[in-house]
Structures are given as structure tokens and as C-alpha cells.
Design a protein around this ligand. Structure first.
Ligand SMILES: [Fe+2]
Length: 749
């Protein structure tokens, strides 16, 4: 336990009149104080602007009683207890499975089991990695029948177990789909059990069992890692061939007369629903968002989208570390008062030993702005990076950063608490990529004061906390601004932006849904202005869940700078059916929207910019007032000591930079930790490093859009780290201020 207090909220964006609830857990029963703070700057660097978290008096001020609240991570399917399940004397349980960690101890595939009474049955992978059946009579007798043959990792296998009450025979069978010479393809064990299993009178679970225990919330154990396809349950012991025929569609007669349930995971893929095709309608719920829209045992490769061949996507991939909603009890809530200005806020909770900040944003009602300036908090990107385990879990973090990794406190805590769940950059415990990320759990790096060692030498800020360099600068310069989030943008589109003359992004607006991207395009086409304050923006296509709040999906498809690579046939979002991956690969490169797009990344030193002759164009004279032609712009800063750094973008007419766009400055040479991104490479050549490749640079780009609108792209994640240099009196700050003042001006550009 590194941190002893942590929390989250039910919403991330609220407006006056709405209520936000806060969930807090303390490692020990204790009291803690809560208060509301405005988040202006969260940078701990003594060379930076300082931490600025002014308190705001509110109804949450007070002392609260804290206690531990657990997280029950791991996904499963829950089917409520029902008479057809309780009445089973004989049975057959079967499924196609694709186990990913068969050697990791007992993992339940399907459980009709009462842990308290030790009654019922469950199909499982046993300690030896073999298919097995557990029977319990509820009177102290428990028996495990195992094939004793270890299942292969990531190989489809038919597993089948039955019990015949007439003979007392229990049978377990496993048969791998692909045969390999010298390896057993199948194994069967048959044994007379000394007793008949009792009815469990409990819910049926897939991929876990219900655990004993009291306290709030359902607790589960023996989670399974891997895929399950076409699980079936029958009310008598079926011979193997009959059981195999149950995988046919439609299910053949007369076997179907004994069918208790036949779950088809290819139905209702975008939802949590699990559909039973049998007349019993034993429908279930998928809990903690196991991965859907994954290829099943019968995927032929003929179709790449689950919508084109749903019957080949009848699998769900379960993970023992999936988590959607931590489900904690709420400690306190805030009814947002009418007079609370739009802005970045946090509930600051502090015990005698630790503190946490539960961050959220207060927006204005649609169409009722308090400023011409909107700061768009990149909450989708915060979710993508939520609880990023890279610095301690990935193999390349020191190499990429070109310096030793220093783990911040939040990272040390996360390392000890995998139940908090990781980010879209990380892997599940079975090595598969994480494609869903939710905010209904403590997100330890969506906090002021959080640092990340692979975020450039200096302040080492990334994401949420790096973005406080922007809010700090806006306040220091006296700009009044409203705030809205990616969730608001996704829900309302350009309607949200119409009330504003200028929209500023954060330092890394990387994750965009189709609706979000279209909203920005519409805004600039209608005369709005956009200041792209970051790098590697508008890069991944994502999806929000159609009904579940606060969760996004990414499919790391065929190309791009990827932390993991999606499996073939799994490039389409399960939430929406949309093709995932890079916007670049969907005829919507970021250059079309903001003039520049991702070209390179490096994580040590940043550089400054030199003006181009194009910067003397009268069209952009407003931006360079007070800045000499020969000045190095932003040759200083808190992120790698320069304004051009971390992830950087260039103009590229071939990818859609408008022909009238002006490239007004280019960054100076970057270090050899900066490498050309792979999506730019038809093949590898020995000139991919910063000092060798002229394309490895950041371009500042300006262009006008329809109806007097305009875009200015700063094209670097490090840019905002330069703004506070010399008490905000420097040429990067001046350039940003010149652009913002002109962009906030109604006169057409
Ligand atoms: Fe990123």
C-alpha cells in the first residue's frame, strides 16, 4: 500500500444544477477532510509555475469517515438463479475454449456452484491446466474429475463434462481443434462418482465462481483468462457426438428437447447482454466488460468485420483484470451551484497520512457561454492513458526515455494494485491488449501533481497534469475561459462549440470519435477558430459505449504507433461496429483538420523553433507581432527544455494539409531518441533518427477556414511547457497570446 486514500466520481463533466457523487476508499478506517479546489497548475517542478490549487468554499467542505472499499476485478457472465438450473439431476456442460493462461491455477469456465454449501457442479481448468469437473453434494462430499491432460495456450479446444445420475458416472472430455504430431489431441476420463451433486440454487457464472463472503457487492474468484464460445447446458448426460452437434445452428432435434441453455455470444455484441437461444431464456449479463467482437473457434478469415459474419464472432475474451465500474459506495456529493464558474476542479480529500484529488470539470449549459474561449479538456485521452503501467510494466521505457525510469508514487501504488485496471497502452495479465478503459475507478494519473518519467526531462508531465500548463497560462494572462470535455463534444457535436469563437485543445488530443472529429471540422467551417495546443492529435479512432457511461474502446488496428497489435479480424469496435485504428487510414488524416499530423516521438530533450519566410506573410502578421524574424522561438521550457518535443507533428500536403496553409516555423534538430513513426514507413531505412531525418520536426501551421474561421497548430506536446518561462514573458507565450487574442476577435480571418 503506497497510497492510503483514493477515489473517483460518477461524472467527469457537470453543469450548474447537476449533482456529482464522490466515492472514496481509505486503506484503514479513518477520518478525512474534503474540500473543493480549482485546478490551475499541478506542476511540482520548482522551476515551474508552482502548484496552484485554490480552495473554493462549497457544500462538500467537511470531515468524513473513510473505510476500505474493495474492487472486484475480473470479468464474467452472470445468469440469475432459475428453476431449470436448480432442477438438474443429470447434465452436460460444454463449450469451445481458447485458454490464454492454462498454467495459472484453477480457472472456472462455467459454474453452478454454491461456495457456502459446496454444492453443485463446475466445469473448470484445474491446477494442472486440464479440463475438469467438480461435483459437490452439499453434505461435505466434493470430487474433482480431471482429464489430466494440460490444455495448450491459445488453441481452440472443445471441452465437455457430464454426469449421469442413473449410473453415477462423471465424464470429462477435451478435444483440441488442431492436431499436432506427437501431442495428444484429445483426452477423456470417466469415473463413477460416489454421490450425486446437489442443486446449487445459485446464479450460474461463466469465467468465474461466486465467492463466499459478506460485505457489500458481489465477490468472485477463480477467474478464467481466455475465450469461451458457444457454451451449452443440457439436462442429461450426452455422448460426445451429440454434444458436438449442439454447436450446429439451428440446434438439431431431438437433442434440443434436453437443452437447458445455449448461449450465443455473437448476439447483442455492443451490449452487456448475453442471450440464451433455448426456450428457457436464461439470459445473462457480462460484468466488467470482457472483450466482445473477437474471433470465435470457427472464424474463417473470409470476413474481417463481426457485423459481416456475426456467427464467426461467437466468443467472448475474459480477463482476470477486466474492470468497468468499481461500484464503491458514495461518500459525499456536490450539487453544482448556479454561481460556480466553468473550469477544472477537484475534490481534494486528505487524511492525516495521504491525499487524493478526484478531478472533474464544470461546464456551461449548451448555448449559454460565459466567455468566447473554450478550453476542451481531452478526457478521452485521459481515459486512454488511465492508470498507465508503461513505466513499470513495459520493457522499453528506459530505452525510449534515454534515461533511468523514476516511478512516481501513483505508479508504485498501481504496481501493487492491479485490480485498479490499466490503460489502453497496457496488456491484460494474459498478454492480450487492453481495448476498453473506464473512469468509474480511481484513475491515479488524472491528477494534479502526478508525474511520468517518460515525459521529457524537466517537469515530466503527461496528459492531465501537462494540460495544467495551459490552464495556468490562461489564468496568468487573464483570459477568461469556459471548459467542456470530450464527453460533451461527443454527445453534442458542433452545437456545443457554436457558442464559442475559439476552442483550445489540450497537449495531446489523440483519441477522437467520429462525432468529436466532425464537431471540430464543423466548428472551423462555420467560422470558428481552433488552437491545436498539442502533438499527435486526432490520431486514433475510438468509440464511446452507446449506453454505459464513461468508457471508451480502441482497436489498435493494422498500422500506427501501437502499444499492442489487434488480432486479425478484430479491427472493428464492439461498441459501435465502426472500423477502428488510425484516422489516417480512414481518409481522415489529422492534417486535413489541423494542418499537421504525427511524425515522430522522443522523450528526453526538446528543441526550439525557427521562423520560415512564410511567417512574413501579412495573413499571419498578427501572430508574430513583437517577435523578430531571427529569434529562436521556445528554446526553453519545462518539458525537455524546449517547445518542440515528446510527440510532434508536421505539415504534409499529400495527407491533406490545405494548399493555402502557411508553415510559419519549424523546429530545430531533435535528438536521436526521436524516431520516424512506423506508419510513415513503407520499409525501414537507416535514417530514421532525429539528427538524420529532415522530416523529424514540428511545424507551426496557420490557415484560414470557411466563414472567417481559422486554425493554428502548435504541433508539439512540449509547447505548453514553455509558456510560463521568464514569468510568462517569452516569445512562445507571446506567439500563443497573439494567436488567442486575434482568434477570440469576431473580425473574420
Ligand atoms: Fe499518445
Amino acid at each position: 500500500m503506497v497510497k492510503s486514500i483514493a477515489g473517483y466520481s460518477d461524472r467527469i463533466s457537470v453543469q450548474p444544477g447537476e449533482t456529482i457523487r464522490f466515492m472514496v476508499s481509505c486503506s484503514e478506517p479513518t477520518t478525512y477532510r474534503a474540500r473543493l479546489v480549482r485546478v490551475v497548475s499541478g506542476d511540482l517542478n520548482p522551476r515551474g509555475p508552482g502548484v496552484k490549487l485554490p480552495a473554493v468554499a462549497s457544500a462538500i467542505d467537511g470531515t468524513y469517515r473513510g473505510r476500505p472499499q474493495a474492487i472486484n476485478a475480473g470479468s464474467y457472465v452472470l445468469v440469475p438463479a432459475a428453476p431449470p438450473l436448480a432442477a438438474l439431476a443429470g447434465f452436460t456442460v460444454q463449450a469451445m475454449i481458447w485458454p490464454t493462461t492454462p498454467d495459472r491455477g484453477e480457472q472456472v469456465l462455467l459454474s453452478c456452484w454454491s461456495a457456502a454449501r459446496q454444492a453443485g457442479f463446475e466445469l473448470l481448468i484445474d491446477e494442472g491446466g486440464a479440463a475438469a469437473l467438480r461435483l459437490g453434494d452439499g453434505a461435505g462430499r466434493v470430487e474433482l474429475v480431471s482429464t489430466g491432460e494440460r490444455l495448450l495456450e491459445r488453441a481452440w479446444c472443445f471441452v465437455h463434462a457430464s454426469f449421469d445420475p442413473a449410473t453415477g458416472r462423471a465424464t470429462v472430455h477435451q478435444r483440441r481443434q488442431v492436431a499436432y504430431s506427437g501431442l495428444a489431441t484429445e483426452a477423456t476420463v470417466e469415473r463413477r462418482a460416489g454421490f450425486a451433486p446437489a442443486g446449487a440454487d445459485a446464479p450460474l457464472l461463466m469465467a468465474a465462481r461466486l465467492a463466499e463472503g459478506d460485505g457489500p457487492g458481489r465477490r468472485t474468484a477463480a477467474h478464467y483468462n481466455g475465450r469461451i464460445d458457444s457454451p451449452r447446458l443440457s439436462r442429461r448426460a450426452l455422448p460426445i457426438d451429440e454434444a458436438l452437434s449442439l454447436h450446429l445452428r439451428p440446434v438439431p432435434q431431438p437433442v434440443s428437447a434436453d437443452l437447458v441453455a445455449a448461449w450465443d455470444f455473437s448476439l447483442e455484441i455492443p451490449t452487456e447482454q448475453v442471450i440464451d437461444l433455448s426456450s428457457n431464456r436464461l439470459h445473462g449479463t457480462a460484468v466488467n466488460l470482457p472483450t466482445r467482437a473477437v474471433t470465435g473457434y470457427n472464424w474463417s478469415g473470409a470476413e474481417m468485420s463481426w457485423r459481416a459474419a456475426p456467427h464467426e464472432y461467437g466468443a467472448i475474451h475474459f480477463h482476470d483484470d477486466d474492470l468497468y465500474d468499481a461500484g464503491w459506495e458514495s461518500d459525499f456529493s456536490l450539487a453544482v451551484p448556479e454561481g460556480l464558474p466553468s473550469g477544472c476542479y477537484a475534490a481534494h480529500v486528505a487524511s492525516d497520512t495521504d491525499e487524493d484529488f478526484i478531478t472533474f470539470f464544470v461546464r456551461r449549459p449548451t448555448g449559454r457561454p460565459a466567455s468566447r474561449i473554450l478550453y476542451l479538456a481531452e478526457t478521452a485521452t485521459y481515459l486512454a492513458y488511465a492508470n498507465h503501467a508503461f513505466n513499470f510494466a513495459a520493457h522499453a521505457s528506459e530505452m525510449l526515455g534515454n534515461h533511468l525510469v523514476i516511478l512516481d508514487r501513483w505508479e508504485q501504488h498501481l504496481n501493487l494494485h492491479p485490480e485498479l485496471g490499466n490503460s489502453l497502452y497496457d496488456l491484460h495479465s494474459d498478454g492480450s491488449g487492453i481495448c476498453y478503459s473506464s473512469r468509474l475507478r480511481p484513475v491515479l494519473n488524472m491528477r494534479p501533481k502526478a508525474m511520468s518519467s517518460t515525459a521529457g526531462l524537466g517537469s515530466m508531465l503527461w496528459g492531465y497534469n501537462a494540460d495544467t500548463h495551459i490552464t495556468d497560462w490562461l489564468e496568468a494572462k487573464g483570459f477568461a475561459f469556459d471548459v467542456a470535455t470530450d464527453e460533451d463534444l461527443h454527445a453534442e457535436g458542433a452545437r456545443l462549440l457554436d457558442a464559442y469563437k475559439v476552442v483550445l485543445t489540450g497537449t495531446h488530443p489523440e483519441y477522437y470519435t467520429a462525432a468529436m472529429r466532425q464537431a471540430l471540422a464543423d466548428h472551423t467551417a462555420r467560422g470558428g477558430r481552433l488552437m491545436y495546443m498539442g502533438g499527435n492529435g486526432f490520431y486514433w479512432r475510438i468509440a464511446y459505449h452507446p449506453t454505459l457511461p464513461g468508457v471508451i474502446e480502441v482497436r489498435r488496428a493494422e498500422d500506427g504507433t501501437r502499444a499492442w497489435i489487434a488480432r486479425p479480424g478484430e479491427y472493428y469496435h464492439s461498441f459501435t461496429g465502426e472500423y477502428g485504428g488510425l484516422w489516417l487510414r480512414q481518409n481522415r488524416p489529422p492534417q486535413q483538420l489541423v494542418g499537421t499530423g504525427f511524425i515522430a516521438q522522443g522523450f528526453d530533450h526538446s528543441s526550439g523553433y525557427r521562423r520560415t519566410p512564410e511567417s512574413a506573410d501579412p495573413r499571419v502578421a498578427f501572430a508574430f507581432e513583437g517577435i523578430g524574424m531571427d529569434e529562436t522561438i521556445g528554446g526553453f521550457g519545462l518539458i525537455g527544455n524546449g517547445a518542440a518535443g515528446l510527440e510532434i507533428d508536421i505539415a504534409d500536403p499529400a495527407l491533406g494539409t490545405p494548399p493555402h496553409a502557411l508553415v510559419v516555423a519549424r523546429s530545430e534538430t531533435l535528438t536521436d531518441t526521436y524516431l520516424l513513426v512506423n506508419e510513415e514507413l513503407p520499409l525501414n531505412t537507416p535514417d530514421l533518427m532525429g539528427t538524420m531525418n529532415p522530416r523529424i520536426r514540428s511545424d507551426l501551421v496557420f490557415f484560414e477556414t470557411g466563414n472567417g474561421g481559422a486554425v493554428f497548430a502548435f504541433s508539439s506536446m512540449a509547447w505548453s511547457g514553455s509558456l510560463s518561462h521568464n514569468r510568462y514573458d517569452n516569445n512562445a507565450s507571446r506567439l500563443t497570446e497573439n494567436v488567442l487574442r486575434r482568434f477570440a476577435d469576431e473580425r473574420p480571418l
